[in-house]
Design a binder for this molecule. Structure first.
Ligand code: FRU
Length: 442
């Protein structure tokens, strides 16, 4: 426990680097009871520069231990985002159960490279024949790899300008171009980045992070639901349909853990926005991850949407507080929700966040215009609004020192927003609903 770095906006229960800058989660995988999280990291300062992959591990997705830098820049460039797989059958020849990382070498061009680990992701060796995929497209990055059982091959998806390219391989080293997806589909207000392609039930979800172009400005996560036959992703919706995974301003670069147990689909966002990530009022570190979430699907009026719920480990980290006082680290369990319910969190500095469920309009909103510090960037002040796709019966709202995440208990909405109150909110006024307060277990 490091007492020298207790900045006032440092989260109490969200993953964050002790020092330095962090952006995208990278290369996440689960193996032998341990969750591994790598991330875009600048060890030398708290602004974006000098990208490395740093490494943290956890056995419960909530308490993280820093493991040092895992992959460092080389002659091909700095180390941009990517993914890991566990090579159980030694298809690449780096060893049975080797952990293989795919990342973008960001040098004069953006190319894709491999590094492998034979000590469970602690240290990596770079593959001698890097790079493994090259292109003339300037924004060509963020490879995400998974095993496709039906065709018995590895699939790699990466962002290429404003589309996603799909490749296949038998040995993780030699890749064959298969197809692309994106033209004419969804939102194209920015560069497509950080893809993921996941089997959810009998459907496939293609995650596409985009910057800018988000529903409230800046970066956000859109997704497409459809089919994937091992060669091509086909979207089931009309091209003009845009679906957002989260309706806050601070949910980006979200991808899933590889090899997660029990068929779980666990995703993790970077909890910031490129509009102001470099300017948020922290000093020795910048950025945290949002809470780990589980993904599923639901259907509303003929369209499939993803459900997003906090992972069970999140709930297990809290206990109900008999005194019921709002604390800096709180889970608010909201039930008995009426059509015009509101929840206001505030402190005695006049800083507040107002959340409103409007059952008639079918919306949930969070207003952070007066939430605390906001003058570091003109794009910070915001009121974010989500469609609820039917009635909201219960909400789970997680408050930390500099974030609020609201989830519909049925998974139909999530909203992730940063806030910088100069004093923690210690008062909650709930109308048209019941609120139970849970505090973090000591
Ligand atoms: C997304 C991103 C990625 C890139 C990384 C660089 O936030 O721009 O596309 O790999 O950040 O740090």
């Amino acid at each position: 426990f490091d007492t020298t770095n207790r900045e006032k906006f440092r989260p109490i229960y969200h993953h964050t680097p002790a020092y330095g800058w962090m952006n995208d989660p990278n290369g996440m995988f689960y193996k032998d009871g341990v969750w591994h999280l790598y991330y875009q990291y600048n060890p030398f300062g708290s602004q974006w520069e000098n990208m490395n992959w740093a490494h943290s591990t956890s056995t419960d997705l909530m308490h993280w231990t820093y493991q040092g830098e895992a992959i460092q820049p080389d002659a091909l460039g700095t180390i941009f985002s990517g993914s890991c797989v566990v090579d159980k059958d030694n298809t690449a020849g780096f060893g049975k159960d080797a952990v293989i990382a795919f990342y973008t070498s960001a040098g004069a061009a953006q190319t894709q490279s491999i590094a492998y680990s034979t000590d469970n992701g602690k240290t990596f060796k770079k593959y001698v024949d890097n790079p493994i995929i090259t292109s003339d497209v300037p924004d060509f990055r963020d490879p995400n790899v998974f095993w496709h059982e039906d065709t018995k091959q590895w699939i790699l998806i990466l962002a290429a300008g404003q589309q996603m390219n799909i490749y296949s391989s038998k040995n993780l080293k030699d890749w064959k171009y298969e197809s692309n997806f994106g033209e004419g589909y969804g939102n194209h207000g920015g560069v497509w980045e950080c893809p993921d392609l996941l089997k959810v039930g009998d459907k496939w979800v293609l995650i596409c992070n985009i910057n800018p172009g988000g529903p409230f400005g800046g970066s956000a996560t859109q997704y497409f639901v459809g089919t994937f036959d091992g060669h091509k992703f086909t979207c089931a919706s009309k091209p003009e349909v845009t679906k957002w995974m989260d309706y806050g301003k601070d949910h980006y670069a979200t991808v899933s853990f590889s090899n997660a147990p029990d068929g779980r689909i666990v995703v993790l966002p970077w909890m910031s926005n490129w509009q102001y990530a470099n300017q948020v009022p922290t000093q020795q570190f910048r950025s945290a991850n949002g809470l780990p979430r589980e993904m599923g699907l639901f259907n509303y009026n003929g369209e499939d949407y993803v459900t997003i719920k906090p992972s069970p480990e999140v709930f297990a980290a809290f206990e109900q507080k008999p005194s019921g006082r709002l604390q800096a680290a709180t889970w608010l369990e909201v039930t008995n929700i009426k059509n015009n319910a509101s929840i206001v969190l505030s402190n005695d500095k006049g800083e507040k966040v107002t959340m409103v469920y409007d059952g008639k309009a079918g919306t949930f909103s969070m207003d952070r215009n007066e939430s605390g510090l906001s003058d570091f960037n003109n794009d910070f002040k915001a009121k974010t609004v989500a469609p609820t796709y039917g009635a909201v019966k219960a909400l789970n709202i997680f408050v930390d020192r500099s974030s609020i995440e609201a989830f519909d208990a049925d998974g139909k909405l999530s909203m992730t927003n940063l806030v910088f109150p100069t004093k923690p909110y210690d008062n909650v006024i709930a109308k048209g609903c019941k609120v139970k307060i849970h505090a973090l277990k000591q």
